[in-house]
Unconditional design. Structure first.
Length: 232
């Protein structure tokens, strides 16, 4: 079952993904070098009855005819080539409290679909900037950024990867190509996913997840979508 079929199935019962489907999804992810998140209004995802579901389109930039190289803005890096993780001092988003962020990053997008955390170099695009040509300026694109969003467990399906506990939450850390995801169980029905497409170490990703606090109202709204679907 491909992603679009899963999205279309939100109006009714959701069949669990098979091991073959999961393996196929991971293989497609490993071949991808660009990750773009598009947001489609569907029931059964995070935040509200008419919620926005986070979906990912994987594009092979090595073969796509319209592939455009992404400019990598300069940000603070450690001597090991990784980003420095620091206390977050900016305005807090609506549905989360963020304790940590990479040095030189800001919250580029904060809406029903979740958060996009991006380098400050793209914070103030000039009048000639076209986000479709340089996706770093596109708040919906997670390439070279960090994405944080909620998902119902039915939507996400079975998780594979390293199992661990982060801030008291049962979690899984796994990779899809160069992108890593920390998926934390924040309620019996809801996951909080931290998608990392920037050079952070395993320990930094876990620290980032431990410093993420999901507001109870957001969790209840996400769980409420599932309950409404079951009652319809």
């Amino acid at each position: 079952m491909d992603l679009h079929t899963r999205l279309e199935s939100f109006g009714g019962p959701v069949d669990p993904a098979s091991a073959q489907d999961i393996a196929a999804d991971l293989e497609r992810g490993r071949r991808a070098v660009r990750r773009r998140r598009t947001v489609q209004a569907v029931a059964g995802s995070a935040f509200g009855v008419a919620a926005l579901a986070a979906a990912f389109t994987f594009v092979n930039a090595g073969t796509a005819p319209d592939a455009v190289p992404v400019r990598a803005p300069a940000v603070a890096e450690t001597s090991a080539g990784r980003l420095a993780l620091v206390d977050y001092r900016g305005p807090q988003p609506r549905n989360f409290t963020v304790d940590k962020a990479p040095d030189g990053f800001f919250i580029q997008n904060d809406d029903e679909g979740g958060l996009t955390i991006a380098p400050v170099a793209v914070q103030h695009p000039g009048p000639g900037v076209d986000p479709s040509q340089d996706p770093m300026y596109d708040p919906r694109d997670l390439t070279g950024k960090i994405g944080i969003y909620l998902e119902t467990k039915e939507y996400r399906g079975e998780l594979t990867g390293e199992k661990l506990t982060v801030a008291g939450h049962e979690s899984v850390l796994h990779s899809v190509g160069p992108t890593r995801q920390l998926v934390m169980s924040v309620s019996p029905e809801v996951y909080a996913t931290v998608q990392v497409d920037v050079p952070l170490s395993r320990e930094q990703i876990l620290e980032l997840g431990a410093g993420l606090h999901v507001h109870r109202e957001a969790i209840e709204r996400a769980a409420g979508v599932k309950a409404k679907n079951e009652s319809d």
